[in-house]
Design a protein around this ligand. Structure first.
Ligand code: ATP
Ligand code: MG
Length: 205
């Protein structure tokens, strides 16, 4: 029997950027995680889908980004389930897959969230249940105060301080719409994908 320690990073990844990759890499190293599973949301319940790039594009860019971090993997459980994405469902699906793949092993999940995401946890679906089933890892993010939400079990959250990475997908979309460079913010392969597919050229969210 093996005890696995696995990170999960949920988001819209519209597009994936070095902020996501650096956060996952640092947390994996500090907490000794064997991998981090990136799970792109179908319809993030807390965002308007109006300006969301198609799932196939967000997924394709994640596939390209995964070449930069060969230890990490990608799951399409949220895209396959479709509809509004709730992290409690992500965990349920990953648990089911894990039991089928490693019936003799155990797993501890570490859900990684930036300060902005973590502070909104009280509004997520079944937050207490989530905190029972996964360790929550809160990571600092520039421009976002680190506020712990008022949820039972939150005192167990693992706080990880990393060097600030001032990158966001919104900023990247704005830059592309304005014709500015996004060099250094996303892997080169992702930047090429964005320009080849004409993503984010219109007015952004
Ligand atoms: P958007 O601007 O469209 O909301 P985003 O950059 O916030 O995009 P998401 O896909 O919404 O990216 O974020 C997924 C997860 O990654 C969230 O938990 C978010 O807090 C975290 N995250 C993203 N960028 C950073 C960063 N630079 N530092 C710390 N955490 C980050
Ligand atoms: Mg965000």
């Amino acid at each position: 029997m093996t005890a696995h320690r696995v990170g999960i990073m949920g988001g819209t990844f519209d597009p994936v950027h070095y902020g996501h990759l650096v956060v996952a890499t640092e947390v994996a190293e500090l907490l000794d995680l064997e991998t981090v599973i990136f799970s792109p949301a179908a319809l993030p319940w807390h965002k308007t889908a109006e300006h969301l790039a198609p799932a196939e594009d967000r997924l394709a860019m994640l596939v390209l980004a995964m070449y930069e971090t060969p230890n990490f993997v990608l799951t399409d459980v949220d895209l396959v389930r479709g509809g509004n994405t709730y992290t409690i469902d992500t965990l349920e699906d990953l648990d089911t897959q894990f039991e089928i793949t490693y019936p003799d092993d155990t797993v501890e999940w570490f859900f990684i969230a930036g300060a902005d995401a973590l502070s909104g946890l009280a509004a997520w679906k079944s937050p207490e249940d989530l905190l029972r089933r996964a360790h929550f890892v809160g990571v600092n993010r520039p421009g976002h105060e680190f506020v712990l939400p008022n949820v039972t079990g939150i005192d167990e959250v693992i706080v990880v301080e990393i060097e600030d990475v001032d990158i966001s997908s919104s900023d990247i979309r704005d830059r592309v719409a304005l014709g500015q460079s996004i060099e250094g913010l996303v892997p080169e392969s992702v930047a090429s994908y964005i320009s080849e597919h004409g993503l984010y050229r219109g007015p952004s969210a």
